[in-house]
Every structure is written in structure tokens, then in C-alpha cells.
Design a protein around this ligand. Structure first.
Ligand SMILES: [Zn+2]
Length: 443
């Protein structure tokens, strides 16, 4: 409370500015009217606390309600967007208005899509880049690579060719890992060495698995990696160890989400410092006694989120961090609570495999549904629990075949799929009280 008050006072102007921008967003305009909130009268943190929270459910209800009028005034039309079937054409249309559609896994088991504006994205990147420069002043003069786990459909949709290493600027490359195996990692390692890559960015589990491969099977003599950044997931200690062992440096963990973007980063002491000019963070006590991260985006003029409940849990670090950074730090307690997928040979994979499978089932019109949960019963058996009404057996069979083929493509071996259709809401996890869209029972 005291910490929030201090941050509020420090960034009062930025907060006031984003509140002004939020007046152009239909959802907030209506919300303020309904609750008789006059944003011009918000002077203190006490005033600010009168704003109702925004939940993921609010955002799921209507995507266009959260887009600023400025975007629509420029001619963007949601109905035109929705009627475009070809994914490439869809992307072209959004890019014309400098927009990008982000899909999130949706921690309530309901996928969430939101638009972002290029200018807002760049503003959010600014603080992350400052952080990188603080750690290594010359960082932007060295080649780097982003390594992302995506499925082959996404890779093809985005780039439409077989080339898996894409140059994005003078020094940067993107690599889409469509499956996890020795051959793929071998190719990646060779690319990193021959292009003299000095820093890497990627999902925690992919980087950890790549690190394990290097330690076990590869000759790393020519590797010279100076900086590693883990995104998308919580960085577990064992993953940190794998990465450190392989590359000889401690990886940094970035706290981010698709809705909010870059929220913080770990310092050399391992504490997560908040990018307080990107996001105003409040920790709000939940009914279970823990503290939930509630975020107000400060750089997203075209799609601001005010007091957005992230579902992540954290505590403030009460004393000043020894690293010397001035921004407040948190201990993240719960962050992306879902399990990792376990594959053969001790392999761990990120959850994109699950969320993408759901996305493609919907996009290809194979099966449409609301809430879902996937359980990995064993290495080669997955159960999809799907909440829907009136689905024919024929559609279920079609979905089963689609999923079997989908997993075969990614893993290189066959898995069994069961689909259970349910009518009731799928409940939260009994221990954490949170919803898990993916549960692994494999030990
Ligand atoms: Zn620190």
C-alpha cells in the first residue's frame, strides 16, 4: 500500500495521461459513466483505488470495446477484419493500421485476443532496451537471435517459406522452433556459431532444453554468448542451472504478458524489478491471503488497460535491493501456473503446443467451444475436456484425428487423444485455487 502510493506519486503524470487516453476506449468510457468517475479528479492513490478492476473476462467479452477510437477513426473496421479468411490477408489488413493481434492462452481456460498498436509496442520495448544496455552497454552492436517455439502452421503463416532463420534487422535473427530434436538443435547451434551470435532471447523451457542438449551432446568451444533473456514463462531453478551450465552465464528472466507487455526483469541479485514507467503495479490482497499483481499499462495509448487483474501472485521486496536499481522489486509467487508438457527422453515443452492446438481447431472450424482443459495422462496420452453444447460425434472424431496428426507433427511420435465434452464449468485447481488449462500427470 505504501509502496503503491510512492510509485503512484512518482509516476502521477504518466498515470494521468493514460487515464485521459482511456476516455477514448468505449469500455472505459461506459465504466466511468456507470460509476460516476471523473478522471480529472484523480489526484492521489486513494482516488485511483476507486476504479473498478478490469478482468480477463471483461476483455474476452468484446475485443473492439477495448480498442481506442483513434484506431477506428483511422478507418480500421472490425467486421471487415473478421470476414477475411486467409490468415496472411488478415495480417496484411491489421498491419495497414499498424496493429497486431495477440493471442493469449487465457488463464481462465478461455483464449483471449487483443489488438496492439505498433507505436505502443515500441514504447514498451524502450524500457526493456534500456535495461539491456545497463547490463551490457554495447549489446546492440552484436548479433542476436530470438528463439521461439511455435507450430509449423504459424511458421508458415507468418513467413510462408521453409527458411527457419529470418533476419529482422542489421544484427537480429528470429528462429521458429517447430519441433524439439537433436537435428534441430544441431542446426541452431551451427547457426549461432557461424553468425557469431552474442545474445539470445527465448522461452525459458526452449532455452533450458537447448542448454541441456549443448551440455550433453555438443562441442561448445566456439560459443560466445554474453547475454540470455528468458521470456513467456516462469524460469525454474533447474532451467536456470541448465542454461548457466551450457553458456557460462546467468540468464535474466523477463516478466511480461501479451496484454501488458514488459513488466519487469531480474537483476544480478535475482530480484524482479518492475519497469514502473511501463506499468503501474499494485499488489492487491486476495480472499486467500496472497497478493495479486494488478497492472495499469502506461505505454499503451491505443489500448490501455486500467487496474487489470493479471492472475499472477507476488510480494513486494520490503528492503532496497543490493543491486542499486531504484525501481521497486517483487517476488513472483505464482506466474503462469500451468504445467509443462513432458515428452519422451525427458523433454519438457512449453504450453504453446496446447493453446495452438485449440486455436487451430477453432480457426479451421473443426470444433468450436468455450472453456477447455487438457490433461496429459501419460507421455503419449492427452485428454481434451471441452465445454460445449450440441456437438456431433462426427465433429468430435474429426477433432481427434486433427489432434493426433498435430501432435505427430510436433513430437515425431504418435499420441492417443481422448475428447470429453462437458456441459458444466470446469473448476479451479483445488490446491492453488487457480484454473489450469493444462495439467500434466506425468511424473
Ligand atoms: Zn536488484
Amino acid at each position: 500500500m505504501k509502496i503503491e502510493k510512492n510509485i503512484f506519486n512518482k509516476n502521477r503524470e504518466l498515470i494521468a495521461k493514460i487515464l485521459q487516453e482511456s476516455m477514448k476506449v468505449p469500455y472505459y468510457k461506459k465504466l466511468y459513466e456507470k460509476n460516476s468517475i471523473d478522471i480529472n479528479k484523480i489526484k492521489t492513490y486513494e482516488d485511483f483505488k476507486k476504479f473498478p478492476f478490469t478482468t480477463k473476462k471483461n476483455c474476452q467479452m468484446n475485443i473492439s470495446e477495448f480498442v481506442s477510437e483513434t484506431i477506428f477513426n483511422e478507418g480500421f473496421d472490425l467486421s471487415i477484419y473478421e470476414n477475411i479468411k486467409d490468415p496472411k490477408e488478415k495480417m496484411k489488413y491489421t498491419r495497414k493500421y499498424k496493429l497486431m493481434l495477440y493471442r493469449t492462452s487465457g488463464s481462465t481456460g478461455m483464449p483471449l485476443s487483443i489488438f496492439k498498436n505498433f507505436k505502443d509496442i515500441n514504447k514498451s520495448f524502450f524500457l526493456l532496451n534500456m535495461y539491456r544496455k545497463k547490463i551490457w552497454p554495447d549489446i546492440f552492436e552484436h548479433p542476436y537471435i530470438w528463439i521461439w517455439g511455435v507450430n509449423p502452421f504459424i511458421s508458415k503463416t507468418a513467413f510462408g517459406n521453409e527458411e527457419s532463420f529470418l533476419q529482422i534487422d542489421k544484427y537480429g535473427y528470429v528462429h521458429y522452433l517447430c519441433n524439439y530434436n537433436m537435428e534441430v538443435f544441431d542446426k541452431l547451434l551451427k547457426f549461432i556459431v557461424s553468425n557469431k551470435i552474442k545474445w539470445m532471447v527465448g522461452g525459458s523451457s526452449i532455452l533450458a532444453y537447448f542448454g541441456e542438449y549443448i551440455v550433453k551432446y555438443a562441442n561448445k568451444l566456439n560459443l560466445d554468448i554474453r547475454y540470455i533473456e528468458c521470456h513467456s514463462e516462469h524460469l525454474f531453478d533447474w532451467q536456470k542451472d541448465n542454461i548457466e551450465q551450457a553458456f557460462g552465464i546467468v540468464p535474466r528472466s523477463i516478466y511480461a504478458s501479451n496484454e501488458i507487455q514488459f513488466m519487469g526483469a531480474t537483476c544480478e541479485m535475482g530480484n524482479m524489478h518492475i519497469f514502473d514507467r511501463n506499468v503501474f503495479v499494485e499488489l492487491i490482497k486476495t480472499s486467500k491471503g496472497s497478493y495479486e499483481v494488478v497492472a495499469t499499462t502506461l505505454t499503451h495509448d491505443n489500448m490501455p488497460l486500467i487496474r487489470y487483474k493479471t492472475g499472477d501472485c507476488a510480494n513486494w521486496l520490503q528492503k532496497d535491493c543490493q543491486c542499486g536499481l531504484k525501481s521497486p522489486a517483487i517476488n513472483l509467487k505464482q506466474y503462469r501456473v500451468n504445467d509443462l508438457i513432458k515428452g519422451k527422453d525427458g523433454m519438457f515443452c512449453e504450453n504453446w503446443i496446447i493453446t495452438d492446438s485449440v486455436y487451430f481447431m477453432k480457426r479451421e472450424n473443426i470444433l468450436d467451444f468455450g472453456q477447455y482443459q487438457v490433461i496429459q495422462e501419460s507421455i503419449d496420452k492427452f485428454i481434451y475436456i471441452i465445454r460445449a453444447e450440441n456437438i456431433s460425434q462426427n465433429k468430435v472424431e474429426k477433432a481427434k484425428l486433427f489432434l493426433e496428426d498435430y501432435f505427430l507433427n510436433i513430437f515425431g511420435y504418435k499420441v492417443d487423444i481422448d475428447i470429453e465434452i462437458v456441459k458444466d464449468i470446469i473448476s479451479n485447481d483445488s490446491t492453488s485455487g487457480k484454473f489450469k488449462y493444462f495439467i500434466s500427470k506425468v511424473k
